[in-house]
Write a protein that binds this ligand. Structure first.
Ligand SMILES: [Mg+2]
Length: 316
């Protein structure tokens, strides 16, 4: 019996321009690409943690991968004992397990356009590219009235998602949430307050999408929308079981994965019969490192007939 083996490689990706959110400015990210082999079948997965999300770090993960020296059976047995830790690695190994289906995935999904610095010009550019939903980053420094007027100046069929990355206080959050509730063009406010902030109990959940607060489905209780990052959500079979019993609106979202993680994340999103517009407009953000392969735009398909092994070999 073949218990399987794995190899891995660490990649560093440099942003073209520092990527700024309410929690900081980032010049690069690191990822671990994993290749598994079991019963003659090859799988790929990507470990892609993201700042301010409470998961394992790249170095935690490397330590574990080095410990089991390529023995997939031992790695899986160890993860089974840890119960829920290492969500990024669990997601990556889920991708490896489902790789045959993932590699064939070519369906199209609608993408929300990411606007990190909202101005009339940057919003206008995304609308001209054909995006119907736009995601704007907001923070305590964002002028409430300027966002309000940017939204009211946009065509009425354009929908906005506003992401605060947990940076607001309760009073600020209330202002944004009330605005969202009063505007048909605002789909939701994403993570207005920090993780576990008691103020969430006082806010109307209808238009609040939790993101940083939702790492894995374990003991998660929220009636409103939920942002699911396939790369951070832990074991995908556990997530899919959770999804079947929960009717929350789910927004699938990227963490700047390479093509491996992107293909897998889009596949997972598409398994959801209620998949709406996904948040995968994170291409063209890195110096050209050969690790992005999908097209970008308002409607994008998976990469089928792609030689994933050749891409792996380029970097290994
Ligand atoms: Mg977010």
């Amino acid at each position: 019996m073949n218990d399987g083996k794995y190899e891995f490689l660490r990649v560093r990706r440099e942003f073209l321009h520092p990527f700024v959110t309410a929690v900081g400015s980032f010049t690069e990210v690191e990822r671990i690409l994993i290749k598994t082999e079991m019963d003659g079948k090859i799988g790929f997965g990507e470990v892609a943690p993201w700042p301010n999300f409470d998961t394992e770090s790249i170095s935690d993960c490397l330590e574990l991968l080095n410990t089991f020296a390529g023995n997939l059976y031992k790695l899986n047995a160890h993860l089974k004992e840890l119960e829920g830790e290492f969500p990024c690695l669990r997601a990556a190994l889920s991708s490896c397990r489902h790789w045959e289906e993932i590699a064939n995935f070519n369906k199209k999904t609608s993408w929300a356009g990411l606007v990190s610095k909202p101005t009339e010009e940057s919003i206008g550019r995304k609308i001209a590219e054909g995006f119907k939903t736009l995601k704007l980053k907001i923070s305590p420094l964002t002028s409430f009235s300027s966002i309000k007027s940017l939204i009211s100046a946009a065509p009425k069929n354009i929908i906005f998602r506003l992401d605060a990355n947990g940076s607001l206080n309760l009073q600020e959050a209330e202002q944004w949430v009330n605005f969202a509730l009063s505007s048909d063009q605002v789909e939701f406010i994403e993570q207005p307050l920090p993780v576990n902030h008691p103020g969430y109990n006082q806010l109307d959940t209808k238009k609040i999408a939790l993101d940083e607060s939702f790492i894995s489905p374990h003991e998660f209780n929220w009636a409103g929308p939920v942002v699911v990052k396939p790369s951070l959500v832990g074991d995908w079979d556990v997530f899919l079981a959770w999804r079947k019993t929960h009717s929350n609106k789910v927004i699938y979202s990227s963490v700047f994965e390479t093509a491996f993680g992107r293909q897998a994340g889009l596949w997972l999103a598409h398994l959801d019969p209620a998949v709406g517009t996904v948040g995968f407009d994170t291409l063209n953000q890195f110096k050209d490192d050969g690790l992005d392969r999908h097209q970008s735009g308002p409607v994008v398909g998976g990469l089928s007939n792609f030689d994933w092994l050749a891409l792996w070999r380029k970097f290994k």
